[in-house]
Design a protein around this ligand. Structure first.
Ligand code: ATP
Ligand code: MG
Length: 453
């Protein structure tokens, strides 16, 4: 135990520990919150482990709001000031015959045994104000050395729960840590076991990985591991695009594309998948140049399949598929100038909405920089010009949806239109408004109607 180190605990956490101690139990904060505090980061949740058994925890916290969802595994959630804290009895996991969950858990009275079941040394530290830092696996040393290392024998730990393979990559990407060589070798070897892990567990880790500050380095170093989750990545590795617009191979282009968008899960996953359809779409002309016509459609199908694998919710899936499908829609005029004209932007807003149109601007910038044939400076200037034009346009609160059109279906029925013609007329009127041909006023629109039909 290291009694010199003092970690600052939030008052409710300190009081939960003190209550358990007062009732004769040992209790510590443990795992991610200790790691993050030592890194000088704000933990997003505080987990507690204790020698108290579930019934004993319930007695100790009888006057507080508690939730029993994990009680079988020894976890009681205690809510203080609307913040939930997970309090878990020291435990060891039984065998992992399905490589996903332990067949059983056994409660133990020993902190070190509880820490030994944890995945990485940096996640296997506990702290209490009474006894200081408990660090039997030298996590603090690995934290200082920026290293992810398994607790115990790496291959065995990945065999028990293959999700740890992806968690190792996730922590390395988020903290920009290296992966200790034997841990790294074991995770490469055990990567095929990822196919047995539930999609929703993969999703959480993969999205955090993609949003990590060192995501690019991890994608570059471990593409085969990612290909166990998204098999369409495999042909991209080292794939020569043989196209004069691209100076990098397909995987390197993809990695740069991911690095070049903000750390948002939808944007990062869009860039990971945007060109997955290229190998299947490839044609080669007589000069040996590769062409990829129609690849966004194939990438979109792969995005749909990936959304199923990861159990993405519908809103995420719809945005992802839409952005992948439209990642390379033209944003320039036929003469090649940046297109910021009003009617062009309004039509794009109508089709994509503000959020996705801004996303498409960001995707374009990154996709272009990732070709290696333009500079970030040039693309930043283009992006700024597009965003500024959009800001100025939106400030006028222009009409670009049927909802905001100054006439509706009832007005057109009253004007004598019937059936299908109503919908068609509304669409024509909206287009005329977006093109600046007719003001968005009821009388003007009804006047213009005959000339449009
Ligand atoms: P985050 O900051 O993302 O919450 P975390 O380290 O707290 O990171 P959690 O998934 O919240 O990660 O898990 C809490 C702790 O439980 C971890 O720090 C680790 O000690 C342990 N743990 C979580 N998942 C596993 C696993 N699959 N195998 C072994 N130990 C695990
Ligand atoms: Mg956590």
């Amino acid at each position: 135990m290291n009694c010199e180190l003092i970690l600052q605990l939030p008052a409710p956490v300190a009081s939960l520990l003190a209550r358990l101690n007062g009732a004769g139990f040992s209790a510590y904060v443990v795992g991610g919150c200790v790691r993050d505090t030592l890194l000088g980061l704000q933990p997003h949740d505080w987990d507690i482990c204790t020698s108290a058994l579930p019934e004993q925890m319930q007695q100790v916290f009888h006057d507080l709001h508690t939730v029993e969802t994990g009680l079988k595994h020894g976890t009681l959630t205690v809510v203080v000031d609307h913040v939930p804290y997970e309090v878990t009895t020291f435990r060891v996991d039984g065998d992992y015959t399905d490589h996903r969950h332990p067949d059983s858990v056994h409660f133990v009275d020993n902190l070190t045994e509880d820490l030994a079941r944890r995945d990485f040394t940096v996640n296997a530290m506990a702290y209490s104000p009474e006894t200081g830092l408990a660090d039997p696996f030298h996590g603090r040393q690995d934290l200082s050395a920026n290293l992810i290392r398994c607790v115990g024998e790496a291959e065995k730990r990945f065999d028990e729960d293959a999700l740890r393979i992806l968690r190792a990559l996730r922590f390395a990407a988020v903290y920009d840590f290296a992966i200790e060589p034997s841990t790294s070798a074991a995770l490469r070897k055990m990567a095929p076991d990822l196919s047995r892990v539930a999609g929703e567990r993969i999703r959480e880790e993969l999205l955090k990985l993609l949003c990590g500050k060192a995501a690019g380095r991890i994608l570059r170093d471990y593409p085969e591991v990612l290909a166990e989750i998204i098999p369409e990545i495999r042909p991209m590795i080292g794939y020569d695009q043989q196209n004069h617009h691209h100076s990098y191979d397909l995987w390197e282009h993809t990695v740069r594309g991911v690095e070049g968008v903000p750390a948002d899960p939808v944007l990062r996953l869009t860039m990971l998948l945007h060109d997955t359809g290229k190998p299947a779409a490839r044609t080669t002309d007589e000069k040996g140049e590769g062409h990829y016509k129609g690849h966004p459609k194939i990438s979109e199908q792969i995005a749909r399949k990936t959304a199923d694998v990861l159990h993405l919710d519908n809103a995420f899936r719809d945005r992802l598929c839409n952005l992948v499908l439209h990642h390379d829609i033209p944003l320039r005029t036929d003469s090649g100038a940046i297109n910021t004209d009003r009617s062009f932007l309004l039509r794009r807003l109508n089709r994509f909405g503000e959020q996705d149109l801004r996303a498409i601007f960001l995707i374009h910038r990154s996709d272009r920089i990732a070709t290696g044939y333009t500079t970030a400076k040039r693309e930043d200037a283009r992006l700024q010009e597009r965003m500024a034009a959009l800001d100025a346009l939106l400030a006028e609160q222009p009409c670009f949806t049927l909802k905001n059109l100054a006439v509706n279906g009832r007005d057109l029925l009253a004007a004598g239109l019937k059936g299908k013609a109503v919908g068609e007329a509304l669409q024509l009127l909206l287009e005329a408004v977006m093109d600046g041909k007719v003001p968005n006023e009821k009388a003007a629109l009804l006047d213009a109607l005959p000339s449009l039909m």
